[in-house]
Design a protein around this ligand. Structure first.
Ligand code: F1P
Length: 354
């Protein structure tokens, strides 16, 4: 059988995100979202988003969104934390409302947490993509029409984040934010045409390791970019809060290191100063921002300017796409196959016979 081009599935799912997002937003339009929270009040519950791996990073980005759009208490946790330190969450008297996020709905930690909630009478919501065990055992499930063949999460991550951002906009009755979400598919299409080739070129220069910087709502996106690069290319990649990088980690900067900065609008001046400083220490630098200053444009080895007219929290999924692509490009350059990442499986099941 002809060997499929390496990474074919992963790259096609990345580049099809505009269409996947469009379909996902249309799907959300038709739902009665209030049923997802049952008799809970979305404006007063203590939201607790929980996932594993990429879905944990998604949970953090969702929590940021809910804090900003709904002005509510919203936290994120890795599911395993709930399993070993369950008290604050499973005390049914507490007003905590968990949201279990799992593309596969088959991850062992997630199913164990759902079982624990069931046993303790804790009402929760499940967010998933595939038809699966989690959907079967959960009373309130949002299952998106997104089936992803790739092992690493790409379109499933961004679609589930968009769905949660849509829900926050719906509960906050912020129609303009929903409109902003609807503008993203076309914006991504245009940005892919403009920058995908340049990013591929940028990925060709050999480097030994990578640091991805991001703060505020962009910190979980920096985590996810780092994970995408590690998964797709087996390149050692770390993530840091941008200004934290100066407090020690910058000692690792050299000509053989790439530093990628997800620059926010809120912290742009101080964040871009870090990237310029790392360039001065010899790093190969990538800047991603909504508006790029001439100084950063001149200094960075690649500057991706998004130019979006949506609120800052609405830009998260677009920042992430460049990390998805960069991971794939670096993997191909190393002769790897992003469709079959080293040591990984599409679902992590630790319970025998699960
Ligand atoms: C998520 C996850 C990913 C990881 C890999 C295996 O599981 O652990 O974070 O990158 O794709 O699956 P889930 O969202 O299906 O629970």
């Amino acid at each position: 059988m002809l060997r499929m081009a390496r990474g074919k599935e992963t790259f096609s799912e990345i580049s099809n995100q505009p269409k996947t997002w469009q379909e996902c937003l249309k799907f959300m339009d038709r739902l009665d979202l209030k049923r997802l929270v049952g008799d809970k009040n979305p404006r007063t519950v203590k939201w607790l988003f929980a996932g594993c791996g990429s879905s944990y990073h998604l949970a953090q980005a969702a929590a940021s969104t809910f804090r900003i759009l709904l002005n509510v208490s919203a936290q994120a946790v890795a599911v395993s934390e709930i399993l070993f330190w369950p008290e604050p969450v499973i005390n049914a008297k507490s007003d905590v409302f968990p949201v279990l996020i799992s593309r596969s709905g088959r991850t062992s930690e997630v199913l164990r947490a759902a079982e624990l909630f069931g046993q303790r009478g804790v009402k929760y919501m499940a967010l998933t993509c595939d038809a699966n065990e989690l959907a079967q055992i959960s009373e309130r499930t949002l299952q998106l029409p997104v089936f992803e063949h790739g092992v690493v999460m790409t379109a499933s991550f961004t679609s589930m984040l968009l769905a949660l951002q849509y829900i926050a906009a719906d509960f906050s009755e912020d129609k303009s934010f929903k409109d902003a979400l609807y503008s993203l598919p076309l914006a991504l299409n245009e940005l892919l045409l403009k920058y995908a080739g340049e990013l591929e070129q940028f990925s060709r220069v050999p480097i030994d390791d990578i640091s991805i910087l991001g703060q505020g709502p962009l910190h979980p996106i920096a985590q996810e970019v780092a994970l995408k690069i590690m998964e797709s290319s087996s390149t050692y990649t770390q993530f840091f809060h941008t200004l934290e990088f100066r407090h020690g980690p910058m000692s690792i900067v050299s000509e053989k290191m790439m530093v990628g900065a997800l620059l926010s609008e809120t912290g742009y001046r101080d964040e871009s100063a870090v990237l310029l400083e790392m360039k001065g220490l010899g790093a190969r630098t990538l800047a991603i921002a909504n508006r790029i200053s001439p100084e950063v444009k001149q200094s960075a080895d690649l500057a991706i300017e998004l130019g979006l007219s949506v609120p800052e929290i609405g830009r998260l999924v677009i920042y992430l796409v460049w990390g998805q692509l960069l991971g794939g490009y670096l993997g191909l350059r190393k002769g790897l196959d992003p469709d079959a990442p080293q040591n990984l499986s599409r679902v992590v099941m630790i319970d025998p016979g699960a």
